[in-house]
Ligand binder design. Structure first.
Ligand code: ATP
Ligand code: MG
Length: 555
């Protein structure tokens, strides 16, 4: 069994190990319970790696259960997207996909059990009155005037709710616990409310829907979940979780444990806020590469392995903290450094003409696909008289610290020759149109003895063979490192979160539906964006730069 030693086990794994050793349970059974009201994000990945990871390492089981008790915001499309993302992350659930709605009949019966024990009543206070009566942390709540109805009367009213004989908001079923409890969740929480909304799984069958707190513990118990893992904001709800299971006739009683949510700087992990950004067209959809949704990260070029590695590194604790974006970036950088083939791409093209080569010059140079991994093979580079280099790799004049090309000086073209810049051609506004050079034809891929050394190496693409491409570079979507704390997101949007550039790449790419990751030498890691790419248009998303540069991201 993996991960059972206390040194590398998080506190939840330690509890599970102890439970298995003591015989409190014989097999661990977890669940991942997303609400299908949006796409999964990096915070969910933490929960997925925890729940599915535990099941895997302890030879247990993990269910996928959609927490579908809020039909108004949920949809089948979200269900499908969530299933896809879980598989893509490398996990699979036990048996069939479950839905809380699978148990609506049973939950209804359990509610009646509570009613007949005098532990639940139909309340006809309005939503605002219920809120008012609930009190605050410092002020005790007060009882609803409808609290002392007889069990039978409550049963009949609950039937009336189910039959659609009340208006929405006119009645609800509440647990009868303690309006003066120091835990506000225990002040007669609502168990069922009326909603005249079609449900993506049950259609028009129900006019009443259970609340999360009622549905969740019952679903966990019915599925034989042993360890029900959730985030810290549900800590107080654990009392209600246990209260409900203690007062209905159900055999199994799972235990809830809470861990801290993942907060990532410069990003939001709230489906409600993401929905707002999408609706206001601030981003292009759930898979916008600037969002930390799983689909956005995938489109940005993140691999499942890098996301799992990130979740491993951040660990699972009860401490609330905000993780630096550079940690997530270092995970994908490490992965791609080892696994992404290299190519050359010129993102801000400037033409360089090698005057001592004939017009129709063409040479094939063999270059490795990966500098440290010969198994990744080689590719043919096409060299010609006219090539593209990056505009930032040339200055007419520069001090000694500038290692790239300047007038009168030399630089090596990656895998090819040393060239010396002779002159430039400018347009009427003074912009450089092209650079004229000569190549030292004795320097192809070798260092020549007794020749002055050339330190700088720049990348290039043949102007005849290169293929036009679009490069999409992303910066943080927000100018505030903690956007989760800001209600009005529109006030902190970074206007430069997407920069689109047009350049050229080596002619080696075929566009497929599969995301392909590359390192564009000296530029960073990129992947094909198959949504925007077509046979006549090649589009790349920048995943991450080559180094962690602490530059100001908002200029
Ligand atoms: P959101 O605010 O994005 O709607 P949620 O908690 O309502 O989040 P659910 O779909 O209910 O979203 O979450 C499914 C599971 O994923 C829950 O167990 C939840 O605790 C966990 N989860 C959600 N967000 C995070 C996060 N940021 N970090 C860790 N776990 C999370
Ligand atoms: Mg939720």
């Amino acid at each position: 069994m993996k991960q059972t030693t206390t040194q590398n086990a998080n506190f939840i794994r330690q509890i599970i190990t102890a439970d298995l050793v003591s015989g409190k349970c014989t097999k661990v059974h977890t669940r991942f319970p997303p609400e299908p009201n949006g796409y999964l994000h990096i915070g969910h990945a933490k929960s997925i790696c925890l729940n599915f990871g535990i099941a895997k390492d302890y030879h247990g089981e993990c269910n996928l259960r959609f927490d579908d008790t809020n039909p108004g915001n949920e949809s089948k499309d979200f269900v499908e997207a969530i299933k896809y993302d879980i598989h893509w992350l490398g996990f699979d659930w036990t048996g069939d996909v479950r839905y809380s709605s699978d148990y609506f009949n049973k939950m209804y019966q359990y509610a009646i059990q509570l009613i007949y024990q005098g532990l639940a009543y139909v309340d006809e206070l309005s939503t605002e009155q219920i809120r008012e009566y609930r009190g605050t942390l410092n002020v005790s709540g007060k009882n609803s005037p409808f609290r002392n109805r007889s069990a039978h009367e409550n049963f009949l009213l609950f039937e009336k709710m189910r039959n659609g004989d009340f208006l929405e908001g006119q009645a609800c079923l509440r647990a009868k616990i303690d309006m003066s409890s120091s835990f506000i969740v225990m002040r007669d929480p609502v168990l069922y409310r009326i909603k005249y909304v079609a449900h993506h799984q049950t259609g028009h069958k129900w006019y009443i829907y259970p609340m999360y707190d009622f549905a969740h513990c019952i679903s966990d118990a019915l599925e034989g979940i042993t360890h029900s893992l959730c985030t810290l904001e549900f800590q107080d709800n654990r009392r209600l979780y246990d209260w409900i299971l203690n007062h209905i006739n159900i055999k199994h009683h799972p235990h809830q444990y809470e861990f801290s949510r993942l907060n990532l700087e410069y990003s939001i992990t709230s489906k409600r806020k993401m929905t707002q950004l999408i609706n206001e067209k601030i981003v292009d959809g759930w898979d916008d590469p600037r969002l930390v949704t799983i689909s956005g990260l995938r489109r940005r070029g993140y691999t499942p392995r890098s996301i799992r590695e990130f979740c491993q590194l951040i660990g699972v604790t009860k401490q609330e903290n905000t993780i630096s974006m550079s940690l997530l970036e270092s995970c994908i950088r490490n992965d791609l450094n080892n696994n992404a083939p290299r190519l050359m791409a010129v993102i801000n093209p400037l033409k360089l003409i090698i005057e001592n080569l004939p017009d129709n010059y063409e040479e094939i140079i063999i270059a490795p696909n990966h500098p440290n991994n010969p198994d990744m093979g080689t590719r043919n580079l096409f060299f010609s008289r006219e090539i593209w280099i990056d505009r930032t790799d040339f200055r007419e004049q520069a001090n000694k610290n500038y290692k790239r090309l300047t007038l009168g000086h030399e630089v090596r073209l990656r895998y090819a020759y040393i060239v010396r810049a002779k002159s430039v051609l400018k347009d009427t506004s003074g912009n450089i149109n092209c650079i004229y050079c000569t190549a030292d034809l004795d320097t192809l891929g070798k260092t020549v003895k007794n020749r002055p050394k050339v330190k700088g190496v720049i990348h290039w693409v043949s102007a005849i063979h290169g293929i036009a491409a679009e490069f999409r570079e992303y910066n943080s979507l927000f100018i505030n490192p903690n956007p989760g704390c800001i209600e009005d997101l529109t006030s902190i949007i970074n206007k430069n979160s997407l920069e689109i550039k047009h350049g050229f790449i080596e002619p080696h790419l075929t566009i497929s539906e599969v995301i392909q990751n590359y390192q564009f030498e000296r530029e960073g890691y990129f992947c094909t964006d198959y949504i925007h790419s077509s046979p006549s248009r090649l589009v790349f998303n920048k995943t991450v730069g080559l180094r962690n540069i602490n530059e100001n991201k908002f200029q």
